[in-house]
Design a protein. Structure first.
Length: 373
């Protein structure tokens, strides 16, 4: 799906120089490279506080811990997303309260978020799925009425915007992943937490080193969630090339959309954004139809296309298409074959509880942006 060797080839010399710089420094954990990266990425995103951490999953865990999520607390989040979103809630003893997805962009339904806020709601996690921001205004408005923190899970959406606002700047905290396949990826593992709140930033910095600001003096119980110097140095190199990389991904996405429209007669699922509720959004679309990823923010923001995910309607049709593509030498991936409420460790919701999410798990398929369709 992604040739990382080819991707790194144009700036291989810069990466090697970064490695040598760190090797010669003798500093390998939370040193000048991490500090410099935090400053540079914070400036790039447009947020005053950016804290480098061990990975995206730990970024979510730290953000939830920082806002006080604990045993029995409810956290609203989508069920159609990567497992870490709800997994971080459960690791702290919290209870994920799931919402369904929108037919248009696969992001969480904003209207269901507001409807599920209750007396035990401690936080809301808005996931920006596949590189496109969720519909944030109604979510932020609902949270503000009850003084509930909003955590942006922007693991797949560095550089995405909603109405001109960068992912990771709209909520109380933003969480990012630098897994190698991300649009800004390490050569290993890495993550980031962003916030405009200086007190929360300081809390995150303590939590990432076992709750201590001063070595061996622990103010709270945290853990070892540190970003390594070497990964920060690599990220600094790749950050310099990120704008051009995102531009290229957007160009490739548009070319792929045109190719799919011409060769597969692919359609957009809707004519306008329906994140706040829809009825019969796919009425009249026949089984076997190929649906293109709809960029809800195409007039007001930017999709970063971390994944290019199509939808093939009909029971078993997705798998038929995938087998045929494999025979033709076209790679693909399934994000995600099960929604979180269907996972063995989260069973308890009956089938049909989240019909759109369940349908997406059966019908969506990710293609490489350079796919030879």
């Amino acid at each position: 799906m992604l040739d990382l060797v080819a991707e790194h080839a144009p700036y291989r010399a810069e990466l090697l120089a970064a490695f040598e710089r760190v090797l010669d420094s003798g500093r390998f954990v939370l040193g000048p490279e991490v500090e410099a990266f935090e400053h540079e990425i914070g400036k790039w995103i447009g947020v005053p506080h950016a804290v480098g951490v061990s990975n995206g999953s730990d970024a979510l865990l730290l953000a939830l811990q920082a806002v006080g999520v604990g045993s029995g607390d409810e956290v609203i989040c989508p069920t159609y997303t990567f497992f870490a979103t709800a997994g971080a809630v459960a690791r702290l003893g919290g209870v994920p309260v799931f919402v369904d997805s929108a037919e248009c962009c696969y992001n969480l339904r904003a209207d269901q978020v507001a409807a599920k806020i209750g007396p035990k709601t401690k936080a809301i996690i808005a996931v920006h799925l596949f590189g496109q921001c969720a519909d944030m205004d109604p979510i932020l408005a609902a949270a503000k009425k009850r003084n509930i923190p909003v955590i942006e899970d922007a693991a797949q959406a560095l550089g995405a915007k909603d109405k001109g606002r960068m992912a990771g700047t709209m909520g109380t905290l933003g969480c990012f992943s630098f897994f190698p396949t991300k649009n800004l990826g390490t050569l290993g593992e890495g993550g980031l937490v962003t916030t405009k709140d200086a007190d929360l930033a300081e809390k995150i910095r303590k939590l990432r080193v076992h709750g201590a600001k001063v070595k061996y003096f622990h103010e709270m119980i945290g853990g070892n969630f540190r970003l390594h110097e070497l990964q920060a140095a690599f990220l600094r190199v790749k950050l310099r090339h990120l704008n051009q990389a995102l531009k290229k991904r957007r160009e490739n996405a548009q070319k792929l959309i045109q190719a799919l429209q011409g060769k597969w007669m692919a359609l957009f699922p809707v004519e306008q954004c329906v994140c706040e509720g829809e009825k019969n959004a796919l009425a009249g679309v026949s089984s076997g139809s190929v649906l293109l990823p709809y960029a809800c923010q195409k007039q007001a923001g930017e999709h970063t296309w971390n994944q290019f995910v199509i939808r093939i309607l009909g029971q078993g049709k997705r798998d038929e298409w995938r087998e045929k593509m494999a025979r033709d030498g076209i790679q693909s991936e399934i994000y995600y074959p099960r929604s979180i409420h269907e996972q063995e460790c989260f069973l308890g919701q009956k089938a049909g509880s989240f019909p759109v999410a369940e349908a997406l798990s059966r019908e969506t398929l990710a293609l490489p942006l350079r796919s030879p369709i």
